[in-house]
Write a protein that binds this ligand. Structure first.
Ligand code: TMP
Length: 209
């Protein structure tokens, strides 16, 4: 059986990637490609427990270095229990956030050494790199307005860090997309839902169809 494809969605807050990852998963399934949607941090029982620890509580509950280690512990469990078994069963795995989020949030945003993050990523992710990463791009002002406009009373820890932090994230994601053009496609997330869904589908078919 052919191995499934591994697609990750990346970008700042309020870029619409969660909604779009659901739409893509439905569309893949409807086109005869069995697909599952998952997300990070989370996606397995242990990783979901770590998600709760990571996202609840005050802005400074964990240092960026602690976050790096916890995100990667969650990622490893997610890979072992959900992502790799899914791909091996021939399922396309659509994952809302993955290792680039650690590079952007804990690295560019939090100041953890890129060399350390790269070393951990090599051990944790290894050969299980995404076949395609869609990087959702939007000015942080617009994204944060969308994010805070949602009815959110929990999980706001990462969204309360200030505009400067979010500008660093955006620059980091743009740099990742530029540095790894074979893996990454930049998606202009400023359009309406249908417009962005069409960009996503075109990118997936172009790269993996
Ligand atoms: P979400 O808002 O897309 O559900 O993601 C949860 C938060 O976790 C989001 O603010 C980004 C953050 N995050 C990191 O800081 N590092 C990571 O490696 C991952 C996967 C998420």
């Amino acid at each position: 059986m052919a191995r499934g494809k591994f697609i990750t969605f990346e970008g700042g807050e309020g870029t619409g990637k969660s909604t779009q990852s659901v739409t893509l998963t439905e569309r893949l399934t409807a086109s005869g490609r069995p697909a599952l949607r998952t997300r990070e941090p989370g996606g397995s029982v242990g990783a979901d427990e770590l998600r709760k620890l990571l996202l609840d509580g005050g802005v400074d509950r964990w240092s960026p270095l602690s976050e790096t280690l916890m995100m990667n512990a969650a990622r490893r469990d997610h890979l072992e229990r959900t992502i790799v078994p899914g791909l091996e069963a021939g399922t396309w795995v659509v994952c809302d956030r993955f290792a680039d989020s650690t590079r952007a949030y804990q690295g560019a945003g939090g100041g953890v050494s890129p060399a350390f993050i790269a070393a951990v990523e090599r051990e944790v992710v290894g050969a299980n790199r995404p076949d395609l990463t869609l990087v959702f791009d939007l000015p942080p002002e617009q994204g944060l307005e969308r994010a805070f406009g949602r009815d959110m009373f929990s999980e706001v820890r990462f969204e309360s860090k200030g505009l400067d932090f979010h500008n660093r994230l955006r620059a980091a994601y743009l740099a990742i997309a530029r540095a790894e053009p074979d893996r990454c496609v930049l998606i202009d997330a400023s359009g309406d839902r249908e417009t962005v869904a069409a960009l996503v589908w075109a990118a997936v078919m172009d790269r993996l169809g």
